[in-house]
Write a protein that binds this ligand. Structure first.
Ligand code: 6GU
Length: 220
């Protein structure tokens, strides 16, 4: 039934609540096209004070997410994961995510185990032995990987069959998003006159060919 699962490993699972309980992603979960499972990395620490971070060996700024909670959490999730899965770690040093990557990810695996880093990063041994892909969402620095994991799962989800409604899928195809460029023309809805700003007359004309020509002309 489900065609894609996202298992999200984070210290802040509440950050995903609103994202997953609204609009298209909500509907897609209800319709069992996509599935999300959240894991609190802190639940996997064996430390009696529930610590998950330590200062880096050799010195340096900040704290690192330590091996033990991350290894135990990732291994537990991998054990119950679908046959075809990949572990993705979000870091500004990762490969910048582009639509072509999103398309490939949407087809390559049935489950993504998304690891959200925090603090100054994670112990290198996690990256060396458990991470399959390192992904960045752009040339800027976030406070943690959560927003990047949200971007990744949103972008991949909308390419999963059934997630977009009929109209939304049609728009995706007809706006040739698939061909690369996401070209768009200006669009208007009611009312015709808003505070003196009026809708271009041709759009109200009913001349289908003229409308198509106008839209083509205005493509960005
Ligand atoms: Cl994946 N993580 C963080 N912390 N910052 C970022 C990013 C990821 N992508 C762009 N900036």
């Amino acid at each position: 039934m489900y065609s894609m699962k996202f298992s999200i490993l984070t210290l802040f699972p509440a950050m995903f609540e609103s994202l997953l309980s609204e609009s298209i992603l909500k509907r897609a979960q209800e319709n069992k096209h996509i599935e999300f499972e959240l894991y609190d990395i802190r639940d996997f620490t064996t430390d009696k004070h529930r610590r998950v971070d330590h200062p880096p060996y050799g010195g340096g700024a900040g704290m690192l997410l330590a091996c033990q909670p991350l290894f135990d959490c990732i291994e537990a999730v991998k054990k119950k994961a679908k046959k075809s899965h990949a572990v993705v770690f979000f870091t500004p040093q990762g490969k910048r995510l582009e639509q072509i990557d999103v398309e490939k990810f949407s087809e390559k695996y049935d489950e993504y185990i998304l690891v959200c880093g925090h603090y100054e990063g994670i112990d290198q041994r996690v990256r060396d032995s458990l991470v399959d892909y390192e992904v960045s969402i752009g040339d800027f620095v976030l406070t943690g990987g959560e927003l990047a994991a949200a971007v990744f799962s949103d972008a991949v989800s909308r390419l999963v069959p059934g997630v977009l409604g009929k109209q939304e899928s049609f728009e995706r195809e007809s706006f040739s998003e698939i061909l690369g460029r996401k070209r768009e023309y200006p669009q208007y809805t009611r009312p015709e006159n808003f505070r003196g700003m009026i809708v271009p007359e041709v759009l109200l004309s009913g001349h289908h060919q003229k409308i198509l020509d106008w839209q083509n002309n205005k493509l960005t």
